[in-house]
Design a protein around this ligand. Structure first.
Ligand code: COA
Length: 164
């Protein structure tokens, strides 16, 4: 059955629920609290069913913690969270968004990311905890470039910028 959800900014009190979600999805929690102000969650009523977070590094961002509770997958929730995160990156004038994934490169290809070599990643992004300690060298590095010429008006509608 199709779930009704909303995507919006995470609040401080959401952290334990987001951590539980990341644990369920086998994703690292370290460093997430530091980027809470650029973390998005998908909510079904009062329950957090998905997350996505951005770490900002000058002109580039790292997309991390894209996760959806298993019972709510395949309904477009992660796609919605990813689009909202890219809108947010545009608001911060980021030019490129990078990510590391061990399991979801097909999903991110559908979101416009392409696989790149680690040598293409800017030094400051490579200093992030994901690159230095959390994700193994075998993780796939992906990148998308943000098109600031075609900024969609959706970015003006936060925090209620997406819903099913
Ligand atoms: C990867 C992950 C985030 C995808 O979440 P999701 O909400 O299921 O993703 P979406 O629904 O947006 O898209 C997934 C699929 O559902 C399809 N879909 C999208 N909207 C849909 C809808 N309304 N109805 C049915 N299917 C839909 C998409 O086309 C896509 O198809 P695919 O199975 O052929 O790839 C989820 O599987 C997950 O949490 N995995 C564990 C954590 C992880 O690996 N995260 C990535 C690393 S940061």
């Amino acid at each position: 059955m199709q779930t009704t959800w909303t995507v919006g900014p995470a609040k401080g009190e959401d952290l334990p629920e987001i951590f539980a979600l990341l644990e369920e999805c086998d994703l690292p929690k370290e460093g997430l609290a530091r980027c809470l102000s650029t973390t998005l969650v998908a909510r079904k009523e009062h329950e957090i069913i998905g997350s996505a977070a951005l770490e900002l590094y000058q002109q580039c961002a790292l997309l991390r913690s894209v996760a959806v509770k298993s019972a709510f997958r395949k309904q477009g929730i992660a796609s919605s969270l990813t689009r909202a995160a890219l809108d947010l990156a545009k608001e911060f004038h980021m030019t490129n968004v990078f990510l590391l994934t061990e399991t979801a490169s097909t999903f991110f290809s559908k979101q416009g990311f392409i696989q790149v070599h680690r040598s293409n990643v800017p030094e400051n992004v490579k200093q992030s905890i994901e690159f230095t300690t959390l994700c193994p060298d075998t993780a796939t590095v992906m990148m998308t470039t943000l098109d600031h010429l075609n900024d969609a008006p959706t970015t003006r509608n936060r925090p209620s910028f997406a819903s099913s």
